[in-house]
Ligand binder design. Sequence first.
Ligand code: BTN
Length: 258
Amino acid sequence: MPTPLYERQIDSILCSKVFYFKEIGSTNQIAQKYLEEGNMVGFVIVAEKQTAGYGQRGVYWESPQGGLWCSLAIKPELELNLLGLVPILSVVGVAEALRRFNVYTTLKWPNDLLIKQNLKKLGGILVEGKITQFSLNYLIIGIGLNINNRNKQYSRSLSENITSTFEELSQEINLDSLLMRIIQQIEQQFELIKNQGAQAIISAWKKEDNILGMEVIIETPKTRYKGKAVDISLNGHLILETSDGNTVTLSNGTVKFS
Ligand code: BTN
């Protein structure tokens, strides 16, 4: 197992220890290793750089120096039927945290954060987990955000569609302060879902700037839908009104703008 540069205790119920690494393959993968081999839960893995970061559907995720690449390895008190809402509550927490640093985002269902002004991708979230015998062993919330990294650090094909907060604001953000805020905000969202249920999380998502009302194309492994994103259901599914007047409910897919 790779050794961290250093580690420290933090004041959080959800994850009380942070392990800082210089360069590792993927924070989600190391989090999983620590969970499986170290017999503990409730910690964060952060890396300055990732060499094998991955996103939705296993797609390679470029993670150069300057971005926030981290994974929260947690075991929240959460009914299993609400697990599908974890990506939704996580993006809300991250958007709230970014707002404290004057970064305003638009949430692109299910788990992307775009810069509100130009809809360029700022980051995304990848939730993985393990359930055995109808009980939750752990969740890994992987968060990738382009913060102090510059567009020129990216391969050309990516850089047209992505941006970083530095590119937008010409100002660096302290990565550790941002991480602490994210942990705090995600913790609050878990409290909200525990005390008030799914509806409170869906309302919180809807209060953020988001893609509802926009004309979109949604690609799923099997089909491509075109229409207007009109709502999000209680289980976090997107409701799309297609041009022929039909309504489609999607549990996952990639949203593109038409
Ligand atoms: C997406 O596809 O938009 C989600 C990307 C999630 C990337 C983050 S970076 C930190 C963590 N480690 C990984 O390998 N992936 C996630």
